[in-house]
Design a protein around this ligand. Structure first.
Ligand SMILES: [Zn+2]
Length: 115
């Protein structure tokens, strides 16, 4: 399971940050999940519970912020955030299909809140 590996390293980082800040506990963890990251929110939440057990973050609330995919058209430089078909994005301005993905594939720690 892809999500378990992601979550394991994420929780490791959270615990390290909390330790460096001399925190008693972690109350909230915020992550960013790109629309095209392939990470499934339900799996993340399940893995979160598994990974934080017996850590300083055991009672933390888990927040997922969804990041919509965004492309730049290679031909007219239009920024595109809505496409008809995610698997074959096409520029609505000029019809070009050579687009560069600039956002939406990430999965990363955004911020944490500690006590
Ligand atoms: Zn275009």
């Amino acid at each position: 399971m892809h999500e378990l590996a992601l979550m394991t390293s994420l929780v490791d980082r959270v615990c390290e940050i909390a330790k460096n800040e001399n925190a008693k506990r972690v109350t909230d963890i915020h992550v960013k999940r790109g629309e095209l990251s392939g990470v499934i929110p339900e799996s993340l939440e399940f893995c979160f519970d598994v990974c934080v057990a017996d850590t300083i973050a055991a009672d933390a609330n888990f927040h997922i912020c969804d990041i919509a995919a965004k492309w730049r058209c290679d031909s007219c430089e239009n920024i595109i955030s809505k496409v008809e078909d995610l698997s074959v994005p096409i520029c609505p301005e000029c019809g070009n299909y050579k687009l560069t993905l600039i956002e939406g594939r990430e999965f990363q720690l955004d911020s944490i809140e500690i006590e």
